[in-house]
Design a protein around this ligand. Structure first.
Ligand SMILES: Nc1ncnc2c1ncn2[C@@H]1O[C@H](COP(=O)(O)OP(=O)(O)OP(=O)(O)O)[C@@H](O)[C@H]1O
Ligand SMILES: [Mg+2]
Length: 250
């Protein structure tokens, strides 16, 4: 269970204050797949980073399975896997296998556990052909697959993906989609940000829509479709933003 309670996050950039999150409150049930939607700069990455304990809320609090992201960061880190768009966190001079072994060692996995897990993930992602090649020479999609495998190496219960399919081809995007289905069957909690509505419609149970740091909607997709009288998430999203802006202007 993740509880986000009245979270505000303000960055100070030189002398300018930027409020990336404004009084955001919502909860995520275990086993849910949640899509995080919002325009560029809406606060999605900031929210994911805050849940991942990498940023501290300026106001409010976040708990993950009862642990506080500020006070109990280490507890939470063991339970979650995170992947942020554009940052794979991989070492170019190491092979894919060596990268995965390195991250497994950080989580204290035994040699045997590590080998079994790497084999499993390599099979899942079709990476066996290039496991022993250096990551430096990999294409974007190959890198992203290794990065996703790294995120899952310690078999976390909660997985945060920031724009996981950006830059992936159709085949690799489909691998990601299958992976989410598999993780859902394994009762994992997943939150991912995306600009691809089709992906969100296909994979998510619920959505959180952000607009200029505010949460403008959070709830089950089915309920949202009922409420709006359409299943066109793109349309719903745009109309929520317009209403969000009106609320903002008033
Ligand atoms: N470290 C930082 N210092 C200053 N401002 C920041 C910092 N991180 C984020 N911001 C600001 O906070 C706001 C929200 O940024 P954030 O990266 O969370 O948006 P986003 O929804 O992930 O956007 P995108 O879709 O472009 O990835 C933006 O105005 C951004 O400039
Ligand atoms: Mg972002």
């Amino acid at each position: 269970m993740i509880h986000i309670q009245d979270v505000t996050k303000t960055f100070k950039d030189k002398k300018i204050f930027v409020t990336a999150l404004k009084h955001v409150t919502f909860s995520i049930q275990p086993g849910q797949v949640v899509g995080l939607l919002g325009e560029n700069g809406a606060g999605k990455t900031t929210l994911l980073r805050s849940i991942a304990t990498l940023l501290q809320p300026t106001e409010g609090s976040i708990t993950v399975n009862g642990f506080d992201t500020v006070k109990d960061a280490n507890e939470i880190k063991r339970k979650i896997g995170v992947l942020f768009g554009g940052e794979t966190g991989l070492y170019d001079r190491l092979t894919a296998r060596e990268n995965l072994e390195y991250f497994a060692s950080l989580y204290g996995l035994s040699k045997h556990e590590t080998k079994v897990r790497i084999d499993e993930l390599a099979r899942m992602f079709g990476m066996r052909d290039y496991l022993n090649r250096k990551v430096g020479g990999f294409s974007k999609g190959m890198r992203q697959k290794v990065a996703i495998a790294r995120t899952l190496i310690h078999n976390p219960d909660i997985i945060l993906f920031d724009e996981p399919t950006t830059g992936l081809d159709i085949t690799s995007s489909n691998v990601f989609r299958q992976l989410v289905h598999q993780l859902k069957r394994d009762q994992k909690t997943i939150i991912f940000s995306s600009h691809i509505m089709e992906e969100v419609t296909l994979l998510c149970d619920s959505v959180a829509m952000m607009h200029k740091g505010e949460l403008v909607y959070q709830g089950e997709l089915e309920a949202l479709y009922q409420e709006e009288g359409t299943k066109d998430l793109n349309y719903i999203f745009m109309s929520k933003l317009v209403r969000g802006s009106e609320h903002y202007a008033s």
